[in-house]
Design a protein around this ligand. Structure first.
Ligand code: SF4
Ligand code: SF4
Length: 368
């Protein structure tokens, strides 16, 4: 890993901490070694033989939410999360994983997903049987987080398909169903690769895959491709798939959504996939006015803390990050928070179940 990421480690070590102010983990913890500069400098010191890659240093590499916000403020476009994941893979090889990661994987192995339960069986209870056709050319891949925490997103997606006379999209209900993002983020590369190969095998004959989970879209479009797995030629987030049809007036908006809504850009949908306009455009079609914006939005949006495996390795810190993001929502006159990501929805709701956190799909479906 040191050879592959020599440039990144060198640039960060000798950088005057230009991105330090933006790092949600460094800010929420107040710990210097949890800042991008701090973690990269530790790796530099390991490479130089100044310190050993011991358990403590290995565990420090898990103090990153993978949000990619530091890249936005970096003149060299350094992608710190990629180096953190490589360091975590080293920790896995050297048997220096935090116990939370070991426990996570034990649970995942038993259930083949992070939530428990048989998610493929669960998804079959959500929709009529006619929606499941494993030979379909266009497949909707439900996010594990949606199946477990907010299945109404899946049901509303198919309600919208029906309203638009889209009858060619089938719902995937095979095994595995989890895209394995968290395995990859935690450095469990071998386990992630095995799961990815099985999932790619099940969906590769499709022409198009659509998902409401930004992480699933990212895995298929970028990580699976990089691993040389055969993936469908077109992979879309549901907002990208639906927006052209909403724009073309494929269904009647019967009522406007009555609340003021603020929109949060999720890390994977925004900085990883570059999808900023479509969720806003969909909301714009059913709200009285454009969604309320956070002062830091789009590429510069603050993280919600839900990624990078942080909710597993440091759940309190992950929630502090989500709380910090919500502070601006509380100050606004919005009464609902819109997201287009199951992980963002889950973490926001876990820190405050009094606020209404809605998926863009739920909002759209309420207006037809
Ligand atoms: S990511 Fe860029 S700005 Fe941040 S510490 Fe590294 S080199 Fe500096
Ligand atoms: S990816 Fe996010 S959490 Fe990780 S170092 Fe960069 S800003 Fe900090």
């Amino acid at each position: 890993m040191f050879k592959k990421y020599f440039r990144e480690i060198e640039f960060c070590t000798y950088c005057p901490k230009m991105c330090k102010f933006c790092c949600p983990v460094g800010n929420a913890s107040g710990v210097e070694s949890y800042s991008p500069w701090g973690r990269m400098t530790l790796l530099h010191m390991v490479r130089e033989g100044i310190v050993d890659f011991n358990r403590e240093i290995a565990h420090t590499m898990y103090q990153c939410s993978g949000c990619m916000l530091c890249r936005e403020y970096c003149d060299h476009l350094i992608e710190v999360p990629l180096v953190m994941i490589a360091a975590r893979e080293k920790a896995a090889i050297e048997n220096k994983l935090p116990w939370e990661v070991v426990e996570y994987f034990k649970f995942w192995k038993q259930h083949q997903n992070p939530f428990g339960d048989n998610l493929s069986a669960r998804v079959r209870t959500l929709l009529p049987e006619s929606y499941f056709n494993q030979d379909a050319q266009v497949m909707y891949l439900p996010g594990a987080g949606h199946i477990y925490n907010n299945p109404s997103v899946i049901q509303d997606t198919f309600k919208l398909f029906e309203a638009m006379d889209i009858d060619y999209v089938a719902c995937y209900d095979g095994d595995p169903i989890d895209c394995g993002t968290t395995l990859r983020e935690l450095g469990l590369r071998k386990e992630y690769g095995a799961n990815a190969a099985k999932l790619a095998d099940k969906i590769s004959r499709c022409k198009v895959v659509v998902s409401g989970s930004p992480a699933a879209v990212y895995e298929l479009k970028v990580e699976f491709e990089q691993m040389g797995l055969k993936v469908p030629p077109k992979v879309f987030h549901i907002a990208e798939f639906l927006w052209p049809m909403v724009k073309d007036g494929r269904f009647d908006v019967r009522k406007q959504f009555p609340q003021r809504v603020m929109y949060h850009d999720a890390d994977y949908l925004g900085r990883y996939l570059g999808v900023y306009d479509e969720p806003r455009s969909i909301l714009g079609a059913v709200l009285r006015e454009a969604p309320v914006e956070f002062s830091r939005n789009r590429e510069k949006a603050d993280s919600c803390g839900a990624n990078g495996g942080l909710p597993i390795t440091n759940p309190d810190l992950a929630k502090e990050i989500a709380k910090a993001r919500l502070a601006e929502f509380y100050e606004s006159d919005a009464t609902a928070l819109a997201v287009a990501c199951p992980d963002a929805q889950r973490i926001f709701q876990s820190v405050d179940d009094n606020i209404e956190v809605l998926d863009v799909i739920n909002i759209l479906a309420r207006c037809i």
